[in-house]
Design a protein around this ligand. Structure first.
Ligand code: ATP
Ligand code: MG
Length: 725
């Protein structure tokens, strides 16, 4: 591709940015104005026209997926592989650096990355060694403390506690944690960034090497960089480098994770000669969608100020749907998706966005029920989430003490002082006696085969599960669930996790209570319920839903994701669900300074993902923690001018939801040849199993079955010789 074809598909402002000879360039522009496009074309321009070596380019994106896409686009434009170019997220680039220079970074060659869960495990261990009681000193709080300090570039020695007992204790934990990581050759996510920074800060020759190498530094989504990321970039820049950053202050949505919008102003201070380029034409959305986004964000104070217009047509009005309740909201969305696809569009063109992770459960149900393929982008499906699996493990144990997997999962969750060693002893005992872990544990308690502390902890656990079962036996399933969440200590444990993540986990737990409250065993597992308690039936149902495979990457599918994950993406058709006060803006944000403005930026991000059509939906009734609430529609809806909206309301006379007919289960939708989801069948070779999915019909029909013994299998129905059981 030659110079003209690189700049031809750009408007004047974009061209100027792409070709700018300046050392420092700040592209500050609203959503959909082509910032990411400018970055891609600038890279191509540098290589193709300025004859810069790909080797000297460092580009930072916000997700690994975005990095892949960017590389693909650049290679397409150059019609050759961009070998030697470094492109990735801050984390992936830091990782690469540390691998290359592990010695200078003070790391062993085979150092391992710790994910958040592993990190917590290490923290728990060191806190135990420090004799810190985890009720008084929740490990999650320490994890949050350590990560926040690392985000700010602080080591334990840099933190002044000024006699504050909490801080001084946390600093002790931080020291011990560092020591443990060092011994184990372990590096957590934030450590990657801090280490990479220190690697350069402490090794001038290395820094010089990279300054000489990376003549061109480009950063997308700059508004969401945190202190350590910016400091790292800053180190790299000297008189020889050119740096391009692109961002939008109105889209800064990770303040809760340490991101600093101020980095944009800081950049202008640090690079006083920087050229500021503003892109004002939006190419993504219809004028209706854009007007709505502009109107909403105009309510924020302290904006850097940008205008955004489009030549695009007016398009369809934004549809505001007021649903009777959250199930009905989900069904409405599923029905609109079916219409859209029937009109010849692809599932790939559709995104469902929501503020709270917990909202996905009912939406997932509606998709499963209609057989709409979906993927949860950047997250787990409801029944795969850790807090849900923990609770279900307790419930499974209540129903069946010999469930070893569940036993292992929760015997020390929340922590009750049972170390790996004790659990190992239980495993050995079980192996020796050929019994379940539960039975082995009971024996070890009675016969005092464990050190007293561990024995007491274990006895406490056994008692807890027994109590949970007997004391709730007469209660409704949802009350049982509520009690399990509370009395197991899981709610308290997860509540101590700070910030958005802890909040999301709490909401998921609440959502589980809702799920059990709506659960109708007769509908979910029609063939088997006579012999099952509601608890058993629910567990079976949850297992089935978790067993459903996500649409695979190459299958066309609707993308479901939180608003946070939607950054940088675009879809012709976008639904934003649950646009209600307290949900969006989120209750939690209302108590925090600046919280509401960050929520509004999130609304701006959400609205501007839509290209052609946007639906905003909300429920007039929503269950929160098993309790009915009557939310009000979000203030963000009121901030959109009326003329852009068309309100659709449920015709209550025709569509009153029928109570007690749970819409949630995918069951009883007739599948090919009369088989249905959830049906128990028998296969001549694989034995008994449950149908969990099917595709196609006629000779092409295939079914996915979860076999008792053989696990998941996909079979062609024509050959499978299935018999109903
Ligand atoms: P966000 O703030 O959401 O990250 P952005 O500013 O990075 O958005 P892009 O994703 O680069 O915007 O561009 C938005 C859409 O507009 C893309 O589909 C892109 O291909 C298209 N686009 C950008 N510039 C032009 C142009 N000059 N002509 C035609 N289409 C364009
Ligand atoms: Mg972008």
């Amino acid at each position: 591709m030659d110079a003209s074809s690189i700049i031809q598909p750009l408007n004047d402002a974009q061209k100027e940015a792409v070709t700018a000879p300046n050392k420092a360039l700040l592209v500050l522009a609203g959503a959909g104005s082509g910032k990411t496009r400018v970055l891609v074309h600038r890279i191509a321009w540098l290589v193709q026209v300025e004859r810069v070596s790909a080797h000297s380019i460092l580009a930072v994106t916000f997700t690994n997926k975005a990095a892949k896409e960017m590389l693909g686009r650049v290679e397409d434009m150059l019609a050759m592989p961009a070998r030697g170019m470094w492109i990735g997220t801050f984390h992936s680039i830091a990782h690469r650096l540390l691998r290359a220079h592990y010695r200078d970074a003070g790391l062993p060659e085979g150092f391992q990355i710790l994910d958040a869960q592993d990190q917590l495990r290490v923290i728990k261990r060191v806190m135990k060694e420090l004799n810190l009681d985890d009720n008084e000193w929740p490990p999650k709080q320490a994890q949050w403390f350590i990560n926040a300090k690392k985000d700010d570039g602080l080591r334990p020695g840099d933190i002044h506690h000024h006699g504050d007992f909490f801080v001084s204790t946390m600093v002790k934990v931080y020291y011990a944690y560092e020591e443990a990581c060092k011994r184990g050759g372990l590096v957590d996510f934030n450590e990657l960034l801090l280490r990479a920074y220190e690697l350069w800060a402490n090794n001038p020759h290395l820094l010089k090497h990279y300054q000489d190498r990376f003549q061109h530094i480009l950063v997308d989504e700059f508004q969401d960089t945190n202190a350590i990321q910016y400091a790292w970039i800053r180190l790299l820049c000297n008189d020889n480098n050119r740096i391009t950053i692109v961002g939008d202050d109105d889209q800064s949505i990770y303040g809760w994770r340490g991101a600093r919008i101020e980095n944009i102003q800081q950049f202008e201070k640090d690079f006083p000669d920087c050229k500021v380029s503003r892109l004002e034409q939006n190419y993504r959305s219809t004028s209706t969608i854009l007007k709505a986004a502009n109107a909403v964000i105009a309510n924020n104070q302290d904006r850097m100020g940008k205008s955004l217009w489009t030549e695009g047509n007016e398009g369809e009005p934004i549809i505001l749907y007021s649903a009777f309740n959250e199930q009905e909201e989900a069904r409405f969305i599923a029905a609109r998706i079916e219409d859209w696809v029937q009109q010849g569009n692809s599932y790939d063109d559709i995104a469902i966005l929501y503020r709270s992770n917990a909202q996905s459960r009912i939406l997932e149900d509606a998709m499963l029920q209609k057989g709409i393929p979906y993927r949860i982008y950047g997250g787990l499906r409801f029944f795969e989430r850790a807090e849900i699996k923990d609770t279900l493990a307790y419930m499974r144990l209540m129903a069946n003490r010999d469930d070893d997997t569940s036993f292992e999962r929760v015997v020390n969750q929340p922590a009750r002082g049972l170390g790996e060693k004790s659990v190992d002893m239980i495993r050995m005992q079980a192996r020796q006696d050929e019994t379940s872990l539960w039975q082995a544990a009971s024996k070890m308690v009675v016969e005092q085969l464990l050190p007293p502390r561990a024995k007491n902890a274990l006895a406490g656990f056994l008692h807890l599960v027994n109590e949970l079962e007997t004391s709730t036996a007469e209660l409704d399933l949802w009350e049982q669930t509520d009690i399990v969440i509370e009395h197991s200590g899981l709610l308290e444990m997860y509540s101590k996790e700070k910030g958005e993540k802890g909040q999301a986990r709490k909401e998921n737990l609440q959502e589980l209570v809702n799920a059990t409250r709506e659960f109708d065993p007769d509908e979910a597992i029609p063939d088997e319920t006579p012999d099952m308690t509601p608890l058993q039936a629910f567990i079976a149902h949850a297992t089935l839903e978790a067993g459903e495979t996500q649409a695979d990457e190459y299958q066309e599918s609707v993308q479901m994701m939180t608003l946070h994950s939607a950054k940088g993406l675009e879809f012709p058709l976008v639904f934003i669900a649950g646009v209600e006060e307290k949900l969006f803006p989120h209750q939690m944000s209302l108590d925090e300074p600046g919280g509401l403005e960050e929520e509004r930026r999130l609304a701006y991000v959400g609205i501007t993902r839509a290209m052609k059509q946007l639906y905003l939906t909300f429920a007039e009734k929503r269950r929160i923690f098993g309790r009915e609430t009557y939310p009000q529609q979000s203030r963000f809806i009121r901030e959109i001018p009326d003329e852009l909206l068309t309100e659709v309301r449920l015709n209550t006379q025709v569509q009153r939801p029928v109570f007690n007919r749970s819409p949630k289960s995918p069951i009883q939708r007739k599948g090919p040849e009369g088989f249905y989801l959830g049906q128990l069948v028998k296969h001549p070779k694989f034995g008994k199993g449950i149908i969990i999915n099917y595709e196609g019909d006629g000779p092409q029909a295939s079914v996915q079955i979860n076999f008792e013994k053989e696990g998941l299998k996909k079979l062609m129905l024509a050959y499978a010789k299935l018999e109903p059981v």
